[in-house]
Each structure stands twice: as structure tokens, then as C-alpha cells.
Ligand binder design. Structure first.
Ligand code: ZN
Ligand code: ZN
Ligand code: ZN
Length: 374
């Protein structure tokens, strides 16, 4: 077992909630409304055992201390959350209308940011209780809310990255040829857990033509000698995400396979070297795309270059054309260019990177040259 990092404190959560409230006011909002999910976990440390139809709602407004409305039967769980001392708990009981209770905490004409994962059941309930209120998706209105990590968060992301790297190094010695993708995917999940992950979010094993579909997970195809295989896996360790990709080959590769792999690796390296404070997110995408375009494969690079990572494995901001937000020290995100040749094979190489004052630092750092497996 690994040593768990020190838990986030009430003070950490109080600071996060205070900053979120300030950011909301700066964005012209009356406040933020947050239901169970990654934003609630990050803000106050509360993760209900089950996310159900009963309303749990964190209300952050400048005129009050943070308030957390919970079903009365879940009050003891909420009171035990790491950030509970920094907020006031309010209950509603079965038989009461929770939206009427929540309405008493809101301005009738207020415009609120609402967490992306809020069920429409709850949002529509609030709108019915207060028809003059208006809502914006939290990541649309505050895309940077969780984007800049403090040193403790970066340390957890580095720990998750190291566990993913260890998983990759061990998967190279399992048998590929003659086994189904789902069997190798199960090996990846087992290794991530052995290296301390509490949750496995995805284990992509895209062999041969399946590698040309970036969203292929793992299927019943039997891996053959001669296949290129995309391995993309990650999850949560100590509450923070991992996400890495390497593309391996079963037995000797053709010249074309080697060339495509080299182009993707050069694109990944060039984008990594472009990381520094003040550079726009879209520039990271442009640099990777420039290398792949110059090699003649531009039309086969069919997705954005990267995404943020933190208490979730995919979050804003995104490394994509049109995203003009500048990189800031402490931001953590993927750089994952790829080339996908339909019906044939795909190559993707992905590392999580953090922006420092001096440039990028990789949180994944296994060998990026093509590895050969049996
Ligand atoms: Zn091949
Ligand atoms: Zn990935
Ligand atoms: Zn990714």
C-alpha cells in the first residue's frame, strides 16, 4: 500500500468556497448552486454515499456563509465531511418540498451558476419554485474554477501519474497475441488498482482497426501478431485522476507503422515544449496539429489535443482551437495527439503535464518510443 497524502482540511475547503463565491460575483452571478459530484467534493469534501432523487444543494452567495441543504436523514453524513465546519447545514424532511426550502436561500431574480452534474429534476424544481431565476452551467461561466491546482493537488496528480506509469511498464510483459481486448483491459484495471487507484474510469485497448476509433473501449476482438494496439487508461487515486496513452505493437512493425508512430511522438513532444505560462490553450493544439499536418496526416487527427484533469479525469479548459484562456502555473492537462487511419490502425500518445513557471513538467514519463509486445 502507498502512503496516503495528508487530507484536505476544513481551512482548504473554506478557502475554495470563498474563492468560488468571489469568482461568481466577478462573473456577474448571484451565487453558485452545487449538487453532488466533483464540484461538491472539491468545494466542501462531501460525497454522499448514494446520489439519489433527494436534493442535496450547496448554496454559495456573497451575503451568507456557505450553506448546505441536505435530506435530514443524511445530516450525520454531511456533518462528517471535511469541509462541514466551514458551512452551515440545513435540513429538509421527506414530505416537504425541498425546492421551496431552497428557494428561501435564493434571490427571486438571481442568476446562478449551477454545477454541470445537477440533475434536470432539481434544476427544473428550482425554476418552478422561483420562475424569475436564471442559470448558467458552472464550467461555461467559470471554466477556471478548479483548473489551477495547488501544490498538494499537483502532488496527488503526480502520484496518480506514477501509478499509471507503473501500470504501463507492467502491461508490456503480459501476453497480447491470441487474447481478447477485454482480457488485456482487465489486466490494466487490475494493475491500476494494485498501484493504489480506488476507481478505474477507462481501459481502452484498441487493437488493429479498432485503434482507429478514439472512443473504442475494449471489445471481443482477438489481438493478433502484427497489430498496433492503443492503450489508454486512467482513474482516480487519492481522489485525483490519471490518464495516459501509449501505442504498442505486437511483434515487428511495418515502415508505415513506425513512421506514423514517430509523427505522433514528435507532435506530442513539440506540444509539450510549447507549454509555458501565458500561452493560450489553443496554441498547444496548434503546435501538435502543425507537426501532424506537415507530415501529411492532418485529416486523420480527429480530436482536440487535450483536456484538464483534477478530481475528474476530463475537465475544462480544453486544449482546442478557439480556447484562448492562457496557461497558468498549476494547471494540469493532457497532451494527446493521435493519427487514426480508418479500417487500419491508430496511434495516440498521451501524458498529463503541469504548467510551471519554467515550462511544462510531465506527470507521466514512460518511454514514448514504440514498445513491442508478444
Ligand atoms: Zn502491424
Ligand atoms: Zn486518455
Ligand atoms: Zn485524456
Amino acid at each position: 500500500m502507498s502512503d496516503a497524502p495528508a487530507a484536505f482540511t476544513e481551512h482548504d475547503h473554506a478557502e475554495r468556497m470563498a474563492r468560488a463565491t468571489r469568482d461568481a460575483v466577478d462573473a456577474g452571478l448571484a451565487g453558485l448552486l452545487v449538487t453532488p459530484g466533483p464540484d461538491l467534493t472539491w468545494l466542501c469534501g462531501y460525497r454522499p454515499t448514494a446520489i439519489t432523487e433527494r436534493l442535496t444543494l450547496l448554496v454559495l452567495t456573497p451575503e451568507s456563509e456557505p450553506r448546505l441543504l441536505v435530506p435530514a436523514l443524511e445530516h450525520p453524513d454531511a456533518a462528517g465531511a471535511p469541509g462541514a465546519g466551514a458551512l452551515r447545514l440545513a435540513d429538509w424532511r421527506d414530505g416537504q418540498d425541498p425546492y421551496a426550502v431552497a428557494a428561501g436561500m435564493l434571490r427571486p431574480h438571481g442568476r446562478y451558476g449551477v454545477s454541470d452534474s445537477t440533475w434536470s429534476l432539481h434544476l427544473l424544481g428550482l425554476q418552478e419554485a422561483l420562475p424569475q431565476t436564471a442559470y448558467r452551467a458552472l464550467t461555461t461561466v467559470l471554466p477556471m474554477l478548479r483548473a489551477v491546482k495547488d501544490e498538494h493537488e499537483v502532488a496527488r496528480l503526480a502520484g496518480a501519474g506514477a501509478a499509471a506509469d507503473a501500470t504501463y511498464e507492467e502491461i508490456l510483459s503480459v501476453r497480447f497475441a491470441g487474447r481478447r481486448e477485454t482480457e488485456v483491459a482487465a489486466d490494466l484495471a487490475r494493475l491500476l488498482r494494485e498501484h493504489g487507484h480506488s476507481q478505474v474510469d477507462f481501459t481502452v485497448v484498441g487493437s488493429g482497426p479498432n485503434g482507429a476509433n478514439p472512443h473504442h473501449e475494449a471489445g471481443e476482438r482477438t489481438i493478433e501478431r502484427g497489430d498496433m494496439v492503443v492503450l489508454d487508461f486512467g482513474g482516480l487515486r487519492d481522489g485525483y485522476g490519471s490518464d495516459t496513452t501509449r501505442t504498442v505493437h505486437v511483434g515487428p512493425a511495418t515502415d508505415e507503422e513506425r513512421r506514423v508512430h514517430d509523427v505522433v511522438r514528435e507532435a506530442q513532444q513539440a506540444a509539450f515544449e510549447a507549454v509555458r505560462p501565458g500561452v493560450a490553450c489553443q496554441e498547444i493544439d496548434r503546435v501538435a496539429r502543425g507537426v501532424i499536418d506537415a507530415a501529411g496526416y492532418g485529416e486523420y487527427f480527429i480530436h482536440r489535443t487535450g483536456h484538464g484533469i483534477g478530481v475528474t479525469t476530463h475537465e475544462p479548459p480544453y486544449m482546442v482551437e478557439g480556447e484562448e484562456l492562457p496557461l497558468v502555473p498549476g494547471m494540469c492537462f493532457s497532451i494527446e495527439p493521435g493519427i487514426y487511419l480508418p479500417g487500419r490502425f491508430g496511434v495516440r500518445i498521451e501524458d498529463i503535464v503541469t504548467c510551471t513557471e519554467d515550462g511544462g513538467r510531465r506527470l507521466n514519463d514512460t518511454v514514448r518510443e514504440m514498445a513491442f509486445v508478444e
